[in-house]
Design a protein around this ligand. Sequence first.
Ligand code: CA
Length: 447
Amino acid sequence: MALSPVPTSGRRGRRRNAGVLAAVLAVGSTLAVPTAHADVDAVPEVGTSTALASTTSDPSSAAGVTPLVLTWEDDFEGPSGAAPDPAKWNHEIGGHGWGNNELQYYTADRRNSALDGQGNLVITSTREGTEGLSCHYGPCQFTSARLTTQNKFSQRYGRFEARIQVPRGNGVWPAFWMLGDGFPETPWPHSGEIDIMEVIGREGGTAHGTIHGPGYSAGEGITGSYTLPGGQQFADGFHVFAVDWSPEGMVWSVDGHVYHQVTRSSVGNNPWVFDQNFFMILNSAVGGDWPGPPDDSTQFPQRMLIDYVRVYEGSGTPPPGDGTGTIRGIGELCLDVAGGNASDGTPVQIAHCNGSDAQQWTRQGDTIRSLGFCLDVAGGDPSAGTRVQIAHCNGSDAQRWRVESGDIVSVLANRCLGTEHGRWDDGTPTLIWDCTGAVDQKWYPYW
Ligand SMILES: [Ca+2]
């Protein structure tokens, strides 16, 4: 939500954008991700179920996975018109722009936040109720609501998820996010910020997940985004937005589809400020630096529906560490040793996942191996376009790889593993290329 004390200069320039990513990771846990919402499940299912997040699997079978235990929830059951449970939620009130030149005045009025009697909390952004309210730009034009769990509930690590139908139209800016417990005594961005879901109306098919901290705040937040297929809009239905947060990092997902990961190393030399409790925030802003103002096409009132918010201890989907399994990339194809040929110089390609040993990879430290050979930049040539192969492991930089935010980065070349021309048909060769965040450069280990 970029709670910056100074106006941010727009967030389109955010670095490390993971791009429009259709990487699909089937989260097997029905506890973590309700699967009954066929209306939101338009992304093709993975053929092979890989229950990284299964609560029934042996935790030792997948590094970092621990059973999920529900620690907090609000299902928003109650009579229509009732206030959100005051034991769980605070109202934040005001029209000072909230660090982003937002246009709404947040109220505690039931016109702006109330249960709908059908199991949802509704945050309504409206032109009503502005009489006598003063905003940073003059008389207020909109009212809305912002709810927090500050001093009522906070937690360090775990899974935080909510099932939400966002509002629609240019200028709307719904968010489900978190701030470190030390805020405001510890000022932003040192407090840390975890944005689990942000959608801006003019790009209503795309959801964003971001962390902000010192050295990576506002427009420099470390962010990823997920775009629904087929031109769907997030306002068309409910979706489950989640972050799985562990001491090692975080993984963001929409309806169980992982689209963004960070590890402690993602913040570089900046401090990692995510080893403290965080509290949750739900709000629906109008206008502001990032979404821009509503226009004549925007209809009010706009409603943000929240079916539930649930928090678990444990980690459903940890960032990938060392392990063995398949590595899936663009089009859900598997990284594959061509022809299963275990010999020096065999090209590495992508192919439909077939369960063969030629698609089993072991990451150990900074090496990635298959069939007893190491993933290798051919000829030790660091230039963009160099093919990637397997070769006898020799400890050279040509065989060292960093795995971060879905990228597999050659230490030798500081370039990303991708596919030739970004293609994803069977047998497309792999190569190294400048890291662009393109979909063909995103890889997800399944272990
Ligand atoms: Ca509910």
